[in-house]
Design a protein around this ligand. Structure first.
Ligand code: NAG
Ligand code: NAG
Ligand code: NAG
Ligand code: NAG
Ligand code: NAG
Length: 485
């Protein structure tokens, strides 16, 4: 079986797994690897891992025997039943205090369940978000571990060594109990959906309202990358827009406008509905992908449904471009504010003690949403751990205030031009709704009481006292009080 030489074990040698192993090897850890298709282990040792300290195993028993205690066994296999299968295969070979780590894109509910299950066997479980793709896995991913808190001290040093660094700090910290790590990864992906949609809308306004060419937009994004918007997604968008097809025309013009999705954005929105948190921007980003996917229907409708009669005229072009930038920045602030509202609510629901500043730091580097801006979010929650809402932090309060006239102009220009900007608009509506002391929900409550006798609270009476009005004067309740709307 061999000596227990391994610091860490990894099962699943697809590209992500291989890259993470090589990254750990670079940092001086001896990694034991296993793959269900055993020939893959030898192929890896003979090729990518040639000349490294990586140790191969040809069975689960050998894999476990070659690990120092407490054993740390990470799974990078397809999310779903494969994870449960490997847990069952590992359990007989592990001892108290050993740790099973799932680094796949698992549903947080599964991680919540697996933590309890593995703990019931006297072992420890970690469900960790891993972001940054293959490149991140190789040179520094963002890692978001949660699960059995007692596992953290045994994996901390290796996780923080291999994680991306931002200002010398690792983009990895303990997230919380149970499914917290995978939950935070899910919200990360939802925010990624939002960030991407916002960039698409900015591009659309620059192209369709300001009439900029692709070259111009590429250099505008490169400029924006030097401002508060400095981020991976802005940077790659600048590169994408500058890219030419073989015939010299902009590559983006050849790409069909029909978006795909894998479902983590949808999970985030489902969770926001379950927790009654208005995560409107991510929801619009998911819907925008769905509308884009109705390509044939849109093409047919485009020749039948009219837009505005007259073209909207922008004033000064540079000022307009700046307005679009302000719209992107302010909307992004709202999106992160909503994402953090969801994290806070989920933490209550699942009794997780989420470390909010650490989450911003985990997203600061390594992952797709990495940006300069996340350092400001980290500061906001470090300065005030009980901050109710990111929008109420002094830095962001002032940033939105400074951006709002450009933001409003960009949204108005889109409405006048008939250019869809669902994420910019929903962010602005959310901002205006959140800062409005009196919303028209008084009418809504009156309607519910009128047709369903659902009753209402009064502005001139203490909260929690409920009233019903005899609206029609015809007596009795208008309709059955079992009608719930
Ligand atoms: C084994 O390796 C292949 C890559 O060759 C990978 O696709 C697969 O997911 C791995 N599976 C497991 C369970 O180890
Ligand atoms: C964006 O900014 C980063 C530094 O923050 C820089 O490394 C990168 O090259 C910039 N990208 C573009 C396309 O300007
Ligand atoms: C997680 O479980 C809750 C409660 O059962 C459910 O409402 C929610 O949709 C689940 N989330 C996902 C992503 O499956
Ligand atoms: C509603 O008002 C009408 C007219 O004032 C009255 O006749 C009726 O009794 C009232 N019904 C109830 C349930 O109070
Ligand atoms: C009218 O509805 C209210 C609230 O459901 C209920 O308390 C009351 O008894 C109802 N009155 C009549 C006359 O049915």
């Amino acid at each position: 079986m061999g000596e227990a030489v391994g610091d860490f074990g990894l099962i699943g040698l697809a590209v992500m797994g291989q890259n993470l192993v090589l990254n750990m090897n670079d940092h001086g850890f001896t990694v034991v690897v296993f793959n269900r298709t055993v020939s893959k282990v030898d192929a890896f040792l003979d090729n990518e891992a040639k000349g490294t300290q990586v140790v191969g195993a040809h069975s689960i028993a050998e894999f476990c025997a070659k690990l120092k205690r407490p054993r740390r066994c990470m799974l990078l296999v397809k999310a779903g039943s494969a994870v449960d299968d490997f847990i069952e295969l590992l359990l007989p070979h592990l001892e108290q205090g050993d740790v099973i780590i799932d680094g796949g894109n698992s549903n947080y509910n599964d991680s919540e369940r697996r933590t309890k299950y593995v703990e019931s066997k006297g072992l420890l479980f970690v469900g960790t978000g891993v972001s940054g793709g293959e490149e991140g896995a190789r040179y520094g991913p963002s890692l978001m571990p949660g699960g059995s808190a007692a596992a953290w001290p045994t994996i901390q040093s290796i996780f923080q060594s291999v994680a991306a660094k931002s200002d010398d700090e690792p983009c990895c910290d303990w997230v919380g109990d149970g499914g917290a790590g995978h939950y935070v990864k899910m919200v990360h992906n939802g925010i990624e959906y939002g960030d991407m949609q916002l960039i698409c809308e900015a591009y659309s306004l620059l192209k369709n309202v300001a009439g900029c060419s692709h070259e111009e937009i590429a250099s505008i994004f490169a400029e924006w990358n030097k401002t508060e918007l400095d981020s991976y997604l802005i940077e790659i968008t600048a590169n994408i827009l500058a890219h030419k097809d073989e015939d010299g025309s902009p590559m983006v013009d050849k790409i069909l406008d029909k978006a795909g999705q894998k479902g983590t954005g949808k999970w985030t929105v489902e969770s926001s509905l379950d927790n009654a948190v208005p995560v409107t921007l991510i929801a619009e980003a998911v819907f925008a992908r769905q509308l884009s996917a109705m390509k044939d229907e849109r093409v047919a409708a485009s020749s039948q449904l009219a837009g505005p009669k007259a073209a909207y005229k922008i004033g000064n072009k540079d000022e307009y471009i700046e307005s679009v930038r302000q719209a992107l920045y302010a909307s992004k602030i709202c999106s992160y504010a909503q994402g953090y509202m969801l994290l806070r609510e989920a933490a209550k629901e699942y009794s997780w003690k989420l470390n909010l500043p650490a989450i911003a730091l985990m997203w600061r580097g390594g992952c797709i949403i990495r940006s300069k801006f996340l350092a400001n979010i980290r500061d906001a929650f470090t300065n005030k751990p009980d901050l109710l809402n990111l929008l109420l932090d002094d830095f962001f309060k002032q940033a939105v205030d400074k951006a709002q006239s450009g933001w409003r102009e960009a949204v108005a220009s889109a409405a006048y031009s008939g250019v869809p900007v669902p994420a910019f608009s929903t962010a602005l509506s959310f901002y205006d709704g959140y800062r409005t002391a009196v919303l028209p929900a008084n009418i809504l409550q009156a309607q519910r009481d009128y047709f369903g006798a659902h009753m209402y609270e009064r502005t001139d009476k203490p909260r929690g006292e409920w009233f019903h009005t005899n609206w029609t004067g015809t007596g009795g309740n208008i309709t059955s009080s079992t009608y719930n709307a």
